[in-house]
Design a binder for this molecule. Sequence first.
Ligand code: ZN
Ligand code: MN
Length: 516
Amino acid sequence: MAGSEKNYMKKYDTIIGLEIHVQLKTKSKMFCSCDNTGELQPPNTTICPICTGQPGTLPVPNEQAIRWTIFVGLALNCKIADWSKFDRKNYFYPDLPKCYQISQYDLPIASGGWLEINGQKMKITRIHLEEDTGKLLHPTGAKYSLVDYNRAGTPLMELVTEPVIRSASEAKKFCQEYQKILRYLEVSDADMEKGQMRCEANVSIQEHGKWRYEKGEIKPINNYKLNPKIEIKNINSFRAVEHAIEYEIMRQEKILKEQGKLHQETRGWDDARGVTYHQRSKEFAHDYRYFPEPDIPPLNLTELKEKIKTELPELPQAKLSRFITQYEFSPEDALILTSKKSLAHYTEQVVSELKAWLVSLEEVEGTKNEIWKKNKKKLINLVSGWLINKLGGLMKAKNTTMANLKITPENFSEFITLLYQNKINTTTALLILEKMMEKGADPSTLLEESGLEQVSDEKELLEIVKKVVAANAEAVGQFKAGKVNALQFLVGQVMRQTKGKANPEVVHEILIRLLT
Ligand code: ZN
Ligand code: MN
């Protein structure tokens, strides 16, 4: 794909806009008090007269959903409206019980923000709130369809970007970064495979140099006729975001090269076949006959947005740069450690515990910060190495999540101090870590129980080294004759005698001293 991407880039520019719907994980639905976990429940059990649109019922907006939409809007640098309202979007489809969707038309809660991707600010047009629809089921072979309204009325937050995304991989990155923010804010799990986050992409290709971008719109230069944009739906994973757009760009370019004509349409993504297919000719906005929802008064958000501004937590990108500047993790490590809020929090707790421990241990003069500065590099390297590679690997192998990890940050930092003080070698450390995962016990206790504490004491080791030297005259001779490998053999013998507990570096030093 990368090769063909280069080819059409010469002649055509790719223009992508995204529409991303996200289910908010509020307790109740958007306009009624029904349980909002209906997708996990038997069909049509979490419904009421309101979310099934019975005559005479009144919708009442969910305040939590409004707060969370403001929260997301602020996180994405949007302007929050002082006044917002809901509107009816009319269309007929059996999964929509009221024959209209309560959505927002001209006064969305948030507008005009951006999300930084690869150092570029990707403009966001708006974020608004609406309700999800029910689900249609088509049993194989049956002449009827079934409808499950459990999902109808789930709060759905829709983000629309300006047509500023210029490649399939950028689009994927946008979705991933957005998901990370939603998870940090704890407003949605935003799992694409579960339909909690659904991405639609508007894709067009235009001849290079013949269009310009103006006030959120693509405008032709001179007499150039713009190619229509094509909407892709049914994208159910990050991988599919990239593949569907890549496929669509190739398809459109091929048609244009063969002098064919493109029509504005909606296409579905067939993940199994790796192709997009025609679904329907695109409706225009006026088909929906939007009008203000008469049952819900307009919302004044002036006070609420000021309050919510003060509640905004640190966001992934800010945390990432802080992990690099404050703790001096490498950018690669910092990216992994801040990929999940829970992991980032754990890491910070571990570092904080280490700092406290270090100060209590050092006898040297100096302030807390001076002591920390002196030892920081080594400790931070130990933390990232053991947290990302070793603990991360173990957790993956044992299917453990941060939520059910038995190792407390206190115990993990104590474990790091054992490594720092050379009380355990790598092999022992791995054994201890595995036991910590199983039992949740503290590493010192486990180490004592196992009797595997590393021996670094010179006097103790000297006795053993002397014995090994006496018993291995041949290897000693070889080493003295210049064979370096013989020394490794002797170190190995000492390790064997001590059942792996000897500190190999110290043994090495003693041997050199005795034999040279
Ligand atoms: Zn309901
Ligand atoms: Mn929508």
